[in-house]
Design a binder for this molecule. Structure first.
Ligand SMILES: N[C@@H](CCC(=O)N[C@@H](CS)C(=O)NCC(=O)O)C(=O)O
Length: 236
């Protein structure tokens, strides 16, 4: 069986597990701590990063883009019969999502509204591009779920948790993206692609008291005078 090495709140991992769930490919998952990477993981992963997918033949694959392409070669594609041009466009639109995973992570970690405002601008540009491209839905390509949906799913799933928790909806200005988020949530894949304790782990990290979102995204709040540790990165 395919094995995935994961860190619980990593969006790059979630893109891969979402794809596996959508394709209904069975897999086992092992979680590691990124602050204390086990030696066996460092031997498997040339970059020291998750996700790693260990194939049934025992080969460790790394980089989520490469893993997504591998999965299309070994398991039936979600959208069969695409032309090479359509597949290339799907890869390009998937990249528009994955290149913003770290942007969303650092935006969510902002200590106050000023920092949040600066960081969210780039994320908004990505949502605006998707808004312009989306048709009548419910998914990116219409009725059929595809790889582009799975690439955007981590961003949209996390935006939904942020909105529920803080009242700040990152998608408020993007009605088509919002409808897309609802359609993806309704597939059940966002929940299936993460661990049972994902919600708690995610809110403990990104929506804690130290972040502006965690304190309820109050626009009238004075900028933080205290020094707040901000890695600005992903997953710690
Ligand atoms: N380009 C990589 C990025 C993966 C990535 O950034 N993973 C993070 C967790 S979300 C990681 O493993 N960080 C640990 C580290 O960089 O040492 C991919 O697409 O798979």
């Amino acid at each position: 069986m395919i094995r995935i090495i994961s860190f619980k709140i990593c969006p790059f991992v979630q893109r891969v597990t979402a794809l596996l769930e959508a394709k209904q490919v069975p897999y086992q998952i092992d979680f590691i701590s990124l602050s204390d990477k086990p030696d066996w993981f460092l031997e498997l992963s040339p970059t020291g990063q998750v996700p790693v997918l260990v194939t049934e033949g025992g080969t460790p694959l790394f980089e989520s883009d490469a893993i997504a392409e591998y999965l299309d070669e070994v398991a039936a594609p979600l959208q069969p019969d695409l032309t090479p041009e359509q597949r290339a466009l799907n890869r390009a639109w998937s990249y528009q999502a994955s290149k913003h995973y770290l942007v969303q992570c650092s935006t969510m970690q902002s200590a106050d509204s000023a920092v949040f405002g600066e960081r969210v601008t780039k994320l908004n540009a990505a949502f605006a591009k998707a808004e312009k491209q989306l048709g009548n839905g419910p998914f990116f390509a219409g009725e059929t779920l595809g790889n582009v949906d799975m690439a955007w799913l981590p961003l949209l799933h996390r935006a939904a948790i942020v909105a529920d928790h803080s009242g700040h909806d990152m998608l408020a200005d993007y009605p088509k993206v919002k409808a897309w988020q609802r359609a993806l949530q309704a597939t059940g894949i966002p929940q299936k692609s993460v661990s049972d304790d994902f919600h708690d782990r995610f809110t403990d990290f990104y929506l804690a008291e130290r972040t502006w979102l965690g304190r309820g995204a109050n626009v009238n709040e004075a900028p933080s005078a205290t020094e707040v540790k901000q890695s600005g990165g992903c997953c710690g």
